[in-house]
Design a protein around this ligand. Structure first.
Ligand SMILES: Nc1nc2c(c(=O)[nH]1)N[C@H]1C(S)=C(S)[C@@H](COP(=O)(O)O)O[C@H]1N2
Ligand SMILES: [Mo]
Length: 251
């Protein structure tokens, strides 16, 4: 376990170097940035293969909870539909699960909350250089996937979100190892409160072995696919498409 923490810090530190350098104006060359980022991605993939992709992320205690867990990225989706749903406390929110599944299904929040929940206290690490420890409660993604039966050709899950930046929808994707990982949940509560809009209500992903931008908020649809090539610009996520962040953001 201690080696896991050491590696986590090492890799997180690498991320900080890139960003701190970028902010200070020291790293302008995209090729240098790409090189550093892709070294980090390979190192983190290799590290996770050594320690096991199914290893658990560290979990903490109530005493470790951050008094102030900031929000980041979008904090209120602009869409009128989303805002109407927020006004009714997401009473009619529906999560669509489709793509390469035997039985595409739509789940209400009541249905999602009626299934056995998992609670975990974990550390969120944003690539921009901040971390916070929070308590997350939600539905294990594996439980949901059991209900739709993945087609054997499915390799990734795409999380489609209700928000956008300048008309480009936010989305993220994970492979099936992470989708079935025991700590991967669709969270609807944070620190024992219903998830706030700022933190991604009514549903946000927690995929605890990866960085903050993978933790998709405002999830409205989960699509099982064989390839990411035709989703967005093909890099597997909004920031991956826009500025070349690693698709596999292992920590
Ligand atoms: N839909 C959506 N998900 C998102 C983002 C976003 O802008 N939109 N920002 C990401 C980033 S960069 C981080 S660090 C976390 C922030 O989560 P928080 O607002 O709960 O702190 O959400 C991630 N998921
Ligand atoms: Mo982030």
């Amino acid at each position: 376990m201690s080696s896991l923490i050491t590696r986590r810090n090492l890799l997180t530190g690498l991320g900080f170097t890139v960003i701190a350098g970028g902010t200070a104006g020291l790293i302008f060359s995209p090729s240098f940035r790409d090189l550093v980022l892709s070294c980090g991605e390979k190192l983190s993939y290799r590290t996770h293969r050594l320690i096991g992709r199914n290893a658990l992320a560290p979990e903490f205690t109530e005493a470790d909870l951050s008094p102030d867990f900031r929000t980041n990225g979008n904090t209120m989706p602009a869409s009128a539909d989303y805002q109407g749903q927020a006004a009714t406390g997401f009473a009619n929110w529906q999560l669509r699960v489709d793509g390469l599944v035997a039985t595409p299904k739509t789940f209400t929040m009541a249905a999602i909350k009626s299934m056995p929940a998992r609670t975990q206290i974990t550390r969120h690490d944003c690539v921009e250089g901040w971390s916070a420890i929070g308590k997350w409660t939600g539905l294990p993604l594996a439980t949901l996937l059991n209900q739709v039966t993945l087609h054997p050709s499915a390799r990734y899950l795409v999380l489609h979100c209700a928000d956008d930046f300048d008309g480009q929808a936010y989305y993220e994707s994970i492979d099936l190892v992470d989708a079935l990982h025991p700590q991967t949940i669709l969270a609807y509560a944070m620190n024992d409160q219903t998830l706030s809009v700022g933190h991604g209500a009514p549903l946000r992903l927690r995929v605890e072995r990866q960085l903050g931008y993978k933790q998709a908020k405002y999830i409205m649809r989960i699509e099982a696919v064989a390839s990411l090539d035709t989703i967005g610009a093909g890099k597997g996520g909004f920031w991956e498409d826009q500025i070349g962040y690693d698709w596999y953001a292992g920590i």
